[in-house]
Design a protein around this ligand. Sequence first.
Ligand code: ARG
Length: 464
Amino acid sequence: MASLWGGRFEKEMDDIVKQFNASIGFDQRMYNEDIDGSIAHVTMLGHQGIVSEDEAKQIVDGLEKIRGKIKSGEIVFDIDDEDIHMGIESRLIADIGDVGKKLHTARSRNDQCQIDMRLYLKKEIKDIAERLIYLEEVILSKAEQYADSITVGFTHIQHAQPITIGFIFMAYFQMFRRDLDRLAATYERMNLCPLGACALAGTTLPTDRKYTAQLLGFAAPTENAMDSVSDRDYVIEFESDAAISMMHISRWAEEFVWWNSQEFGFIDIDDSYCTGSSIMPQKKNPDMAELLRGKSGRVYGDLVQMLTIMKGTPLAYNKDFQEDKEGLYDVIDTWKASITIFANMLEKTEFRMDRIEQHFAKGFLNATDIAEHFANAGIPFREAHSIVGRMVKMCEVKNCDFEDLTDEDLQSIDQRVNKETLGDISMKACVDARVSYGGTAPSEVRRQISVGESWLNGIKEMVW
Ligand code: ARG
């Protein structure tokens, strides 16, 4: 089949070149967006008198028929179509005749592939935002459920201080909140219409790009034609939003893996989110958490690929840019599935409070609280820190807890301290007292939940 651009050519492309050149295998995923873009474009051409209103109508009707035929499977694209733009345009011309040849007036595939990508990505961003919102809702309800439940807080995977489980949930809530805010900013920045930029320099024809932008639901047309056809910042930005979010998911997934281990035993991941072993009958493996951890690497790869594709490319369009699509689809599919799997797994996970409590005796979790009690009694914190350090040493020698130290033991370390200056150092008292803004106390966690709820209601209202 002769290509739509074949006029100046004497030879057909080699088969191997056709294969290498074609994007139809993957860009047909955007056939709806390609048709939406073409309909808006020809409506604008009709409105401006560049084609007649009747011609515009014939083209719109023809495109809608093609949409139906692609959907029903009647149209099957092949390598001769080269890309989705020509696959649709050539069928339009075959269906409605010469009038179909007017569709490609005042546009180019360079702006066309970009309108497809932006329309497609805008739709997917909405879907991803809804999934992230659902994840945040799950987190909020779990944070409330576990607002008073105490667990071990770690630094360097060493016992550090007692914290509430709700507090952990709210820490991750902040991360996904930033992910959503970033996605919203990406959406706003990319919400400009490139259609009508043409090949690189605009057109001599009297188009109205503002009208096209309006018809397609964009805030405005892009400002510079050459930038419009060569900009892939929004793909990079979106993929970097995804990479950061996947990094967040991978961090929590990692905690799930070890919380679920025999050594920790903090949680029970629901059976429906685990798998067994083909040889070891007793195994219940946290495969979903591990896959989520692994999938982040895949998304980073897509991001680095796109940054590398764009590096050093001169203005304006270059065929390198066709490589923007498969990585983008991969990021969209991976991020979407990961958010939903993760949210569902989270919802079904319960904490084993009996097992968690067994860990409280290890690691002197309340050491900082004692130092703060001493500081409160007027001992400079640096000195309080050193006194508690010596108390730890003594406990280790005697193989006992802080509570077991006698007044004499304490006085032998420092005259200023005794059992009374220790204060209430139960896990609950320690946690309840950490009421500083952003702290772990149940009352503080509940405040964070309520701030989180108002923000979430606000982001739901956003015009995505
Ligand atoms: N399939 C191409 C892409 O996705 C469309 C643009 C082709 N433009 C061109 N001048 N060859 O990038």
